[in-house]
Unconditional design. Structure first.
Length: 152
């Protein structure tokens, strides 16, 4: 179960609100090149295989019905079942260049290591400076590296 402060619960039995996962890198905003997707995917799949820790990246231009990117990340992580269900060790990065928002949500098995403070530092100190220069791939890639370093 992913977590976030004050999650908004949405009951929607008629229509699914999240897009379908297309892999470990879900670039719905089309901000990465095919090669960038391959490099990130290969790295994250290898990390998952060696640690059983799953990191999923989502770029998206609409967070509806959420306004907060961390709440969206938490909800979609739960919906998609990110991480090992027995260890609850998933991590979701949601980024929207269109909305200028980024959020990181961690599973309960991850939050004691990758605290909200660490995730906020990674966002503020590593990712956002790259995003401000429209270096989206570099921001995500460097952010992932910092999160993996803190997680290990």
């Amino acid at each position: 179960m992913m977590r976030a402060d004050s999650i908004v619960e949405i009951v929607d039995s008629q229509e699914h609100i999240f897009p379908k996962s297309i892999g470990i890198i879900n670039d719905y905003e089309h901000i990465f090149t095919e090669n960038q997707i391959k490099v990130l995917s290969d790295h994250l799949y290898q990390y998952d295989l060696t640690t059983t820790r799953q990191i999923v990246v989502i770029t998206i231009d609409d967070l509806s019905p959420y306004e907060d990117s961390q709440q969206y990340a938490t909800a979609i992580g739960n919906d998609w079942g990110v991480g090992d269900p027995n260890k609850d060790n998933g991590l979701i990065i949601v980024f929207s260049s269109a909305l200028r928002k980024v959020g990181i949500a961690t599973g309960y098995g991850t939050e004691h290591i990758l605290t909200d403070e660490i995730c906020k530092e990674v966002i503020d100190d590593i990712m956002i400076p790259k995003f401000k220069d429209a270096q989206y791939y570099e921001g995500i890639q460097k952010g992932i590296e910092a999160l993996i370093k803190a997680w290990n």
